[in-house]
Design a binder for this molecule. Structure first.
Ligand SMILES: *Cc1c(COP(=O)(O)O)cnc(C)c1O
Ligand SMILES: [Zn+2]
Length: 471
């Protein structure tokens, strides 16, 4: 819609207006601030994790929540590059980045789809699924890459960076997203490297960074081993780390919460949000995002966040049970993108829960059998969810059984990636070919396979028991 058609009281706020914001890295441990003019991942003084802090956030509180709602709603009608996707919420993500430095490849604003009635009955209540598989690289990681790459672009343009090597460790989707977004930047300046645990990402996920032209390095071990290597590289060498340990990624991923609030017309009373937890970047961003909205009066209360983990990778579940955190050794999981034993962002989660969410955070454990069947059953009812989406669906089912969630509450379940990335696990279920470590035994009624037949209408009609038309 053209500018002159917007209401007068909105026109002033249609374009980013918080442009004299001052932002800094802030250590979540010792609270020291560091200027946001370089890449930094841990506190140089105490080694703690960093978050991005808007030192001028108070200025945003001068605008009442109801007005913010209208600003964001009207902005959705604007067709201006740089203000779509996650940057619709420019003031809450990166107000210091000018619009002409913003890079968007179509991420964010993924659909929120009401679960089919039979699926809702199976789970025990009504709910909706947010389809993050409909992002450009087919996972939620794209939101954080859009903020990271926009920041890198801003640094290139304002700090005259001549050379940059972006690197990440990945369970498959971070590398797909990083490689895609980095390849949009000038190749004369930017190189892209991804580190994968050999044999522990799906063929579709491996094809993505290769197709984007990244240098793909496979090493033995699991994700946690790759993470240790890139952490060392980012501490000792001139590289730009693109894992969610980099708080610049978390900034963009907060948009997930803003989008949900907007999709519910900002009526978020009694809201429950269910997300799978791997490295805990996503759940951190989701909590930080809702916290922003709450502080600005855009929503009235914080939602209940339910984090879901497989019994084969459950450090956060064990932390909630025992009140003490210890990394775990992971076992094979079909929720492979979340198969992480020592989540890097755990200290952030624990801080957010302690300071803000309290009993509005719960962790639920599900079995591998439940995860894969959650995915298969959801997809048999008109949905398109990945294994981690299946994990969230059965996580909600468990939450209902445990009495954590009650009928009448609004529930949003995150399907974090596209089903097709994980088609191989579906195939293993259908063929009953899971290696023992997964502890999955297929049930006949959920299996499906193609039927080879001769090319004959009559034979097919007979096989399907079709009735001949009369007359
Ligand atoms: C990365 C990823 C997760 C886990 O998210 P974290 O931020 O690491 O907790 C879950 N599902 C999918 C599809 C992912 O790519
Ligand atoms: Zn510190």
């Amino acid at each position: 819609m053209k500018i002159d058609r917007f209401p007068d009281d909105i026109k002033d706020h249609l374009f980013p207006f918080h442009t004299d914001a001052r932002m800094a890295y802030e250590c979540i441990g010792c609270e020291t601030h560091y200027p946001l003019d370089r890449f930094l991942y841990t506190c140089p003084s105490c080694g703690g994790l960093l978050r991005i802090s808007d030192l001028t956030f108070e200025a945003l509180r001068e605008i009442p929540g109801s007005r913010w709602q209208r600003i964001f709603d009207y902005r959705r009608m604007l067709t201006v590059d740089g203000l779509k996707g996650i940057f619709l919420f420019h003031e809450l993500i990166f107000p210091i980045i000018p619009l002409d430095c913003v890079i968007q490849l179509g991420e964010g604003h993924t659909p929120l789809i009401r679960a089919n009635a039979e699926l809702s009955r199976w789970v025990g209540m009504d709910f909706s699924i947010k389809y993050d598989g409909l992002n450009p690289s087919a996972s939620f990681k794209d939101r954080g890459m859009a903020s990271a790459i926009s920041f890198i672009n801003y640094m290139i343009k304002t700090k005259g960076i001549k050379e940059l090597l972006g690197i990440c460790a990945s369970t498959g989707d971070t590398s797909a997203a990083a490689a895609l977004y980095l390849s949009y930047l000038p190749h004369t300046i930017v190189r892209s490297v991804v580190l994968l645990p050999k044999g522990k990402v799906t063929p579709a996920q491996l094809s993505q960074p290769l197709g984007s032209g990244a240098i793909v390095i496979e090493v033995p071990g699991v994700f946690d081993d790759c993470m240790r290597i890139v952490e060392q590289l980012s501490e000792e060498y001139e590289v730009c780390l693109l894992n969610s340990k980099n708080p610049i990624r978390i900034q963009g991923q907060k948009s997930y919460s803003y989008e949900i609030a907007q999709q519910l017309d900002f009526e978020t009373r009694d809201l429950v949000v269910v997300v799978p937890i791997g490295n805990a970047g996503n759940v951190t961003a989701v909590m930080e995002g809702f916290l922003d909205l709450f502080r600005l009066g855009i929503i009235e209360e914080l939602p209940l966040i339910i984090g879901v983990q497989s019994a084969h990778a459950n450090p956060v579940v064990l932390w909630r049970e025992r009140g003490e955190y210890r990394p775990v050794e992971v076992r094979p999981s079909v929720a492979q993108a979340a198969m992480i034993g020592n989540p890097v962002s755990f200290p952030k989660v624990s801080r957010l829960v302690e300071e803000h969410f309290h009993d509005r955070f719960a962790a639920v454990q599900v079995s591998e059998q439940e995860i894969i069947e959650g995915m298969l059953i959801a997809n048999r009812h008109g949905h398109v969810v990945c294994t981690q989406g299946g994990e969230s669906v059965v996580g909600l089912k468990k939450g209902v059984e445990l009495g954590l969630v009650k009928a009448g509450q609004q529930v949003v379940v995150d399907s974090t990636a596209h089903q097709l990335k994980f088609a191989g696990f579906q195939q293993m279920y259908f063929e009953d070919s899971f290696p023992e470590g997964y502890e999955i035994k297929p049930r006949e009624e959920l299996r499906n396979r193609p039927i080879a037949m001769e090319a004959s209408a009559e034979a097919i009609a007979r096989r399907l028991g079709l009735k001949k038309k009369k007359g």
